[in-house]
Design a protein around this ligand. Structure first.
Ligand SMILES: [Zn+2]
Length: 239
């Protein structure tokens, strides 16, 4: 892989990690963003345990998506790397992944509850509820925990009919959210949107536990931003 391509990928992933940090969704070193170059068969991710304010673009670690071998970078990759690899292997259209322990999305994950679609903000980004995966088994927790976290996510997405981009987010029970997109920057946008809808859904249900959003309003808001009939934004703009 050519040095200029490695630099482009590492810089994009570094910027996504910085944007994630500035968004306030990550505390200390909990959280990471990665990005893939599908044509080259590689992904780049934040190094393990390095403070965000000390991270330089050079520190991003580039790995082969197929083998998981490190191709470039001086440091060890994030310990969540096997989770990211599992998603890139199963869904080559995914170009970026973000994992956080953001407060509200993590609260839904810890409760084992899907986030219901209750408003247009939610429907603009996620076409229906943000689901929860199954729990990991005892064996899956004891051995290859991070890879098995990827396994429960890809297992869910493979069985779903409308994935991966209709709902670019999922919750892992007792853990937290994973989001994705066409690029690392896209995945950061999904993570920020997810935290907002997780917060407003909780507040909505505390005010009205019976709140339900009409399906036609969900359809209207998702489809005006996504898919063949999208008309939101300026011409040529994707979202
Ligand atoms: Zn985590």
């Amino acid at each position: 892989m050519k040095a200029d391509k490695i630099k482009i990928l590492k810089t994009a992933v570094w910027k996504a990690n910085m944007d994630l940090w500035k968004s306030g969704l990550v505390i200390q070193t909990f959280g990471n963003a990665s990005g893939a170059d599908a044509a080259e068969g590689v992904m780049a991710i934040k190094p393990s345990g390095v403070d965000y304010d000390e991270c330089r673009w050079e520190d991003m670690v580039v790995l082969s998506i197929d083998s998981g071998e490190i191709i470039d970078g001086p440091l060890r990759p994030s310990s969540d790397t096997p989770t990211h690899l599992a998603l890139y292997r199963a869904f080559p259209a995914i170009g970026g992944i973000v994992h956080t322990h953001s407060r509200y999305a993590t609260s839904w994950a810890q409760s084992g509850r899907a986030i219901p679609c209750l408003g247009t903000t939610h429907a603009d980004y996620f076409y229906g509820p943000v689901p929860v995966t199954r729990k990991l088994s005892t064996d899956e927790i004891k051995t290859d925990y991070e890879a098995n976290t990827g396994k429960v996510i890809t297992e869910y997405l493979s069985a779903a009919t409308n994935q991966p981009f209709d709902v670019p987010a999922i919750l892992v029970p007792h853990h937290g959210p994973f989001t994705w997109g066409k690029s690392a920057a896209d995945a950061v946008h999904s993570a920020i949107a997810l935290e907002e809808v997780a917060r407003t859904a909780l507040l909505t249900l505390s005010l009205n536990p019976e709140a339900v959003m009409p399906q036609e309003l969900i359809d209207k808001h998702f489809r005006r931003k996504h898919g063949p009939d999208a008309y939101y934004g300026q011409k040529g703009e994707k979202s």
